[in-house]
Design a protein around this ligand. Structure first.
Ligand SMILES: Cc1ncc(COP(=O)(O)O)c(C=O)c1O
Length: 457
């Protein structure tokens, strides 16, 4: 405990570093990123986790032994869980199911009780995450519903910490801030702080394509929301606490650009941010490059990219989502998830053990592997082959793959029809795509479903 009786880790929230972008074309501008990823819970939301809990303690809404309840895309939950657990409160969180597995695992590891709910339903639906959290809070004795979307301590945290820090770190010389909006706490708090500190400071909104906010800042109209994969920013409504009055420009950034931008930021600058960092960074670069006069611009790395390693930074996930470009052949090779030609095939050799085959399947999260010898396909091994072999005697895990695989399996040409592919899959088999040029890859039912989903517009 620190001297204030507040757990010392909470004193590490805020005072995050500001770093200049040096390896991108920023036009006539200098662009600085505030690394909110360096907060102890890994995101900008630690600030509001602390502010909302301490405000509730002060006015008696949260008492010793109480429960903190929230609807959260993950980061607010992590911030609240960090503060709650340090101070001895229970935490119950409602999280939409599009959120990354890393966030959910992290929440559970901190002792939070997590209710996953649908991310494809809007306000008013009983499974909408905010409505569900409000209901849960009503049902739990001693519950405090943090309600970041309506809680004044949310923008207040940014008005009294994020804003003054930027102002000091930029030596009172800043022209624009590029920001995303989730609950609108950041933009509203910063707007309030800079209205006094520097009234002509401009705000640039970075919004995912599909969110209604960019259009709202331009026209005052709330359109029909779409969907997007970037986490933490963008809304299908205008949050009650939103003050968007200082926004001079809004950019709608598509998922593909956001994800590519986050990856590029890591490659060139060594800064590991989450998916929304890509959205903000893209918007910041666009705005900077459009300027004709030098400007000093600040944006954010709102959370750490470590919680998106299985998404933004996983090539296979990016390919599955259609977020990384790959060659289109116009035949069954387009349905293969892991193509030999792309170099991301997971294989096994006939001389490997069944144990090695099983471990490789687990690691790659697949149920079968092609067996390759000297660059040629010689068989396929799947979970049923393994079970058949080791079911009665686990010692047989040490047998060689050659003993358990299906040798010389039936293959399909890339030019075969989807109907032929479905026939093979209907027989419970995996389809093997090969021709004179060699083995191209396997197609499972899940690959076909994923391919069909990618064709959705
Ligand atoms: C991951 C993430 N969470 C939250 C925010 C800010 O959201 P809010 O409007 O809730 O302050 C951002 C802003 O860029 C973000 O990237």
């Amino acid at each position: 405990m620190s001297t204030s009786n507040r757990p010392a880790v909470l004193d590490l929230i805020g005072q995050t570093p500001l770093v200049e972008v040096t390896r991108f074309d920023t036009g006539p501008c200098r662009l600085f990123l505030k690394l909110e990823s360096q907060n102890p819970g890994g995101s900008i939301k630690d600030r509001i986790g602390l502010a909302m809990i301490e405000a509730a303690e002060k006015d008696g809404r949260l008492k010793p032994g109480g429960t903190v309840v929230e609807a959260t895309a993950g980061n607010t939950g992590l911030g609240l869980a960090l503060v709650s657990r340090a101070k001895g409160y229970r935490v119950v969180l409602v999280v939409p199911d599009k959120m990354s597995q890393e966030k959910v695992l992290h929440l559970k590891a901190m002792g939070a009780i997590v209710h996953l709910t649908r991310s494809d339903v809007g306000k008013g639906h009983p499974e909408y995450y905010q409505d569900m959290a409000a209901r849960l809070a009503g049902d739990i004795d001693g519950a405090f519903f943090a309600d970041q979307f309506n809680n004044p301590a949310n923008p207040w945290a940014h008005e009294t910490s994020t804003g003054p820090e930027i102002w000091a770190q930029m030596s009172h010389d800043v022209d624009a801030i590029v920001v995303g909006v989730g609950s609108a706490g950041t933009i509203s708090g910063l707007t309030r702080f800079f209205r006094t500190a520097q009234p002509d400071l401009r705000f640039v909104l970075a919004d995912p394509v599909g969110s209604v906010l960019a259009e709202y800042t331009r026209t005052g109209q709330v359109g029909v929301a779409g969907s997007w994969a970037v986490e933490g920013i963008g809304e299908d409504f205008v949050p009650a606490i939103a003050d968007l009055s200082a926004v001079v420009e809004a950019y709608s950034i598509g998922d593909e650009e956001s994800f590519a931008s986050a990856r590029e930021l890591l490659r060139r600058e060594g800064i590991l941010g989450g998916s929304s960092t890509g959205t903000l960074f893209s918007a910041a670069l666009r705005w900077c490059r459009a300027q004709t006069e030098p400007k000093r611009v600040v944006s954010f790395v709102c959370d750490t990219g470590t919680r998106y390693l299985s998404k933004v930074y996983d090539d296979q996930w990016m390919l599955d989502q259609g977020l990384l470009k790959r060659t289109v052949f116009g035949d069954l090779r387009d349905v293969i998830a892991r193509r030999a030609a792309d170099g991301n095939l997971v294989t096994v050799a006939p001389t490997d053990t069944l144990l090695a085959a099983f471990q490789r399947m687990k690691l790659a999260d697949v149920s079968q592997l092609p067996v390759i010898e000297d660059g040629r396909l010689v068989g396929v091994i799947d979970e049923s082959d393994l079970l058949l072999r080791v079911g009665a005697d686990a010692g047989r895990f040490h047998d060689l793959v050659t003993a358990g695989m299906t040798a010389s399996p039936e293959t399909l040409l890339p030019s075969a029809s989807i109907g032929r592919l479905e026939e093979v899959l209907d027989r419970g088999l995996v389809a093997i795509i090969a021709d004179d040029a060699g083995f191209h890859g396997l197609i499972t039912r899940s690959d076909l479903l994923n391919h069909l989903r990618r064709t959705l517009t």
